[in-house]
Design a protein. Structure first.
Length: 114
């Protein structure tokens, strides 16, 4: 199993980014995919999840209405569209999947700053 996140960067408050997580090594379309984030000095926290066929999304309250998870099973990729970004969204963002165990990507840094 391999998960590779991309799309992070530096963005001003109120801006947008789209993160991607490319997956391989398992039957992507059969599994729930999740996004987490870890801010400096804080524990990793759940951001949201998406069901195996693309519906059934759920989000932590702090991102509802601003972050949206989607997936393209043909491309084996899950996305995190981030709008109206705030400085408190600054973190390393990770995707994960639980197959026989939990697998994590290497993460992608998102910095929201003016």
């Amino acid at each position: 199993v391999q998960l590779v996140e991309s799309g992070g960067g530096l963005v001003q408050p109120g801006g947008s980014l789209r993160l991607s997580c490319a997956a391989s090594g398992f039957t992507f379309s059969s599994y729930v995919m999740r996004w987490y984030r870890q801010a400096p000095g804080k524990e990793r926290e759940f951001v949201g999840r998406i069901g195996s066929v693309g519906g059934n999304t759920a989000y932590v309250d702090s991102v509802k209405g601003r972050l949206t998870i989607s997936r393209d099973n043909a491309k084996r990729t899950v996305y995190l569209q981030m709008n109206s970004l705030k400085p408190e969204d600054t973190a390393v963002y990770y995707c994960n999947v639980f197959t026989d165990r939990i697998y994590w990507g290497q993460g992608t840094q998102v910095t929201v700053s003016s």
